[in-house]
Design a protein around this ligand. Structure first.
Ligand SMILES: CC(C)(COP(=O)(O)OP(=O)(O)OC[C@H]1O[C@@H](n2cnc3c(N)ncnc32)[C@H](O)[C@@H]1OP(=O)(O)O)[C@@H](O)C(=O)NCCC(=O)NCCS
Length: 155
């Protein structure tokens, strides 16, 4: 199955499929943020890639932006029917390679996620992110966020 999945640059025709994938994956609080993020992709402020399965169509989405001297992973999501097959890891590796190719001076990829999202945190740890701190009430009162960082290198 994984070999039948290709990863390519995003385009605005993908937006409806991305919203469908994310509808079940992220809390309602974040849906407005997603709309803004897709606008930022259209304007080029945010970069995006998608995974497309030969059988089921668009099945994964990841986005990032450049900030000062680092890159920030905005969103990563895989269709829940196709999770745990390596698609999320492939999306991450491709983003890392694009960053190294496009902006060789940038060697840090950062991400923030809910600190109780243990499976998501495991995904980042498995992909060599290291926790750098927890911030209380960062986006939602009563919800803390964990910050993680990955040092990028060609190896
Ligand atoms: C996190 C996510 C992108 C990982 O994608 P994936 O294609 O399942 O990732 P991989 O197959 O490369 O890695 C799987 C590992 O990620 C972890 N994982 C995190 N969330 C998971 C989930 N919902 N289902 C399965 N595995 C998950 C597990 O440790 C898993 O390892 P395992 O298969 O040995 O149990 C995907 O699970 C997802 O879309 N989650 C919901 C959206 C989300 O929370 N995104 C992050 C914040 S924007």
């Amino acid at each position: 199955m994984i070999d039948e999945t290709c990863i390519r640059d995003i385009n605005p025709n993908d937006f409806d499929d991305i919203k469908k994938i994310l509808k079940d994956q992220i809390g309602n609080q974040y849906s407005k943020e997603l709309e803004l993020e897709l606008k930022d992709i259209e304007s080029g402020r945010v970069n995006g890639i998608v995974a497309v399965s030969k059988d089921t169509g668009l099945c994964g989405y990841a986005s990032w932006r450049y900030r000062v001297e680092s890159a920030y992973l905005e969103t990563i999501a895989v269709d829940n029917k196709l999770q745990s097959q390596g698609i999320g890891g492939r999306l991450l590796r491709i983003i890392e390679q694009i960053i190294l190719d496009e902006k060789p001076g940038i060697t840090l990829l950062n991400v923030v996620t809910d600190s109780d999202a243990l499976r998501t945190i495991n995904f980042y740890i498995k992909n060599k992110f290291v926790p750098s701190g927890i911030v209380q009430d960062e986006f939602i009162p009563g919800t803390s966020q964990i910050h993680l960082s990955k040092k990028l290198s060609e190896n």
